[in-house]
Each structure stands twice: as structure tokens, then as C-alpha cells.
Design a protein around this ligand. Structure first.
Ligand SMILES: NC(=O)c1ccc[n+]([C@@H]2O[C@H](COP(=O)([O-])OP(=O)(O)OC[C@H]3O[C@@H](n4cnc5c(N)ncnc54)[C@H](OP(=O)(O)O)[C@@H]3O)[C@@H](O)[C@H]2O)c1
Length: 261
């Protein structure tokens, strides 16, 4: 188990799914965790269920990543009492499925704001604290689509690739202050998002969700879907002090799905 004692971690999109799994893992490693998303009831439940091996006091913030102005206010207010956040897991809901050529400019802009601009704003707000601590871990939950675009996920393919280059650039700029920036690339992992993607595919193909799932499982070398905890374990490692020399990488957690090197 990695040691995140005395570290404060902010985890986005954490009212369920991959974000919630990351929050649990970071808390189990000793971090004090602040989760954020839009749904207060779910956030409360997540906080109540976070491990407290060091009697940490976990909490939550209500943040809508579409709303940059309100997010700025919320984080600025939060930083008045919590001066330093050491670990940031950038994560939010995935964009709607669909082809790119029919995607409206407005939808593409909204996704760019919610993913790239949101992450950028949070990093800028947290940066003074990380620099003062001479320690920072920024992990972005992206997708295997940054290496091999996925059919019918036009917005996601576009935005994630932008995030990947944003992260790579930052990793080169922030390393000098002990701050690493890495991306984790989930493959097909069992969450509500996957249920949504499978049901969209099933509807379009006129087959059952089970048939879609079986087909995908067969295409993955490990022959099964991923568990959120498996992704969270990779995130926790990249957030640990032990991973301090790993910077600017894209780590697939995909059961070997990606064919590219
Ligand atoms: N699961 C997979 O197989 C997979 C594969 C590749 C990439 N990904 C990507 O990984 C990310 C997390 O996926 P997941 O599977 O955990 O998805 P999920 O189960 O749908 O969870 C998404 C989380 O993001 C929050 N969220 C959504 N929109 C938000 C907004 N506007 N502002 C703040 N929070 C928001 C949701 O909470 P609220 O609704 O309460 O706000 C929820 O906590 C997504 O971007 C997804 O596309 C997932």
C-alpha cells in the first residue's frame, strides 16, 4: 500500500464510478480526500464510505465542471482554509456518444470547457500550494481513445486528445517543482458510463446489451471488463511519492485492448 499520509487529495467526478473508486483507494492510502461532482446526496454517501485509517476528515464540494465561474469561486473559497492540495485527480462525466461530423460546435465547445478548461482552471488554482509544498500529483482520467479513437465517440475522441497534449505540456513545465502530471487511460470498465455506452450501441445495432458486452469482452485479450478498483489502483500508484520519477505518461488500464505500442 502506498503512503499518502498528510496528503490532501481532490478527486473530480467522484459521486460514483471511477472517481469514487479513486477516492476510496487514496483514502485507504492515508490521504484526506475531498470529492466533487454535482449530486450532493451521492457525494455524502461516498464521503461516509471512505476509509479513515488515520482518522482523516474527508469532505465534498459541489462542482459542475460545465460552470467555470462557479467552480472558480468554490475552489478559491475552499483554498482559503485548505492552503495546499497535493493530489488532483481530474475527472468528470464523459461526453454524449455520436459521430463527430454531426456534432454541433456548441456541444464541442461545452465539452472543451468541461474537460480541458475546467482542468486547466483547477490546476492554476492549486499550483501555488503544490509549488510551496514542492510536491504535486496531477492525474487525468482520459481514455484509450487518445491512442486509438473509438467509433461513435466523436466528442470524446477530440477532447481527450486535447487533454493529453495539455497534460504532456504541463508535465514538462511543472516537473521542476516536484509536480508530476500523468494520464490514466481506462479501457472498458464497469460503471454507469459503460452501461450508457453499451445501451447506445445495443439500440443502434438492434441487439441486446448482453450481446454487445460479450462481443467487447471477447475482443479484450484479458477476456473481461475492467473493475473500477483496478483503475483506481493505477491512479493511486501515480499519486504516491514512490512514483515521483514517472512524469508525462499515458498509462492504459485496458486488459490489453490497445493494439498500438
Ligand atoms: N467506464 C469506462 O469504461 C470509461 C472508459 C474510458 C473513459 N472513461 C471516462 O472516465 C470518466 C469517468 O467515467 P465513469 O465510468 O466513472 O463515469 P460515470 O460512472 O458516468 O461517472 C461520472 C462522474 O462524473 C460526474 N459528473 C458528470 N458530469 C459532471 C459535471 N458536469 N460536473 C461535475 N461532475 C460531473 C458524475 O457525478 P454527478 O452526476 O453527480 O455530477 C459522476 O460522479 C468519464 O469521462 C468517462 O468518459 C470511462
Amino acid at each position: 500500500m502506498y503512503d499518502l499520509q498528510n496528503k490532501i487529495a481532490l478527486v473530480g467526478g467522484a459521486s460514483q464510478g471511477l472517481g469514487a473508486a479513486c477516492a476510496i483507494r487514496l483514502a485507504a492510502a492515508g490521504a484526506t480526500v475531498i470529492v466533487y461532482a454535482r449530486t450532493e446526496e451521492k457525494l455524502k454517501q461516498v464521503v461516509n464510505n471512505l476509509p479513515t485509517p488515520l482518522a482523516q476528515e474527508h469532505s465534498y464540494l459541489i462542482i459542475d465542471t460545465h460552470n467555470l465561474v462557479e467552480t472558480n469561486k468554490t475552489i478559491t473559497q475552499f483554498l482559503k482554509k485548505t492552503k495546499t492540495v497535493h493530489v488532483l485527480v481530474n475527472n468528470t462525466g464523459g461526453p454524449a456518444a455520436g459521430p463527430l461530423y454531426t456534432t454541433s460546435v456548441a456541444d464541442l465547445k461545452l465539452a472543451f470547457e468541461s474537460h480541458v478548461l475546467h482542468a486547466h482552471q483547477i490546476v492554476q488554482l492549486l499550483l501555488p500550494g503544490m509549488r510551496a509544498a514542492n510536491f504535486g500529483r496531477i492525474v487525468n482520467i482520459l481514455s484509450v481513445s487518445i491512442k486509438e479513437p473509438i467509433d461513435d465517440l466523436g466528442i470524446s475522441n477530440t477532447i481527450r486528445a486535447g487533454m493529453a497534449n495539455w497534460a504532456k505540456t504541463l508535465s514538462r513545465e511543472l516537473g521542476q517543482w516536484g509536480i508530476t502530471v500523468n494520464n490514466v487511460l481506462p479501457g472498458f470498465t464497469k460503471t454507469e458510463r459503460l452501461n450508457y455506452l453499451f445501451s447506445t450501441r445495443a439500440e443502434k445495432a438492434g441487439v441486446s446489451i448482453e450481446a454487445i458486452s460479450k462481443n467487447i469482452e471477447n475482443s479484450i485479450p484479458i477476456k473481461r471488463l475492467g473493475e473500477p478498483e483496478e483503475l483506481a489502483a493505477a491512479v493511486c500508484f501515480l499519486c504516491s511519492p514512490e512514483a515521483g520519477f514517472i512524469n508525462g505518461i499515458n498509462l492504459p488500464v485496458d486488459g490489453g485492448q490497445l493494439r498500438s505500442l
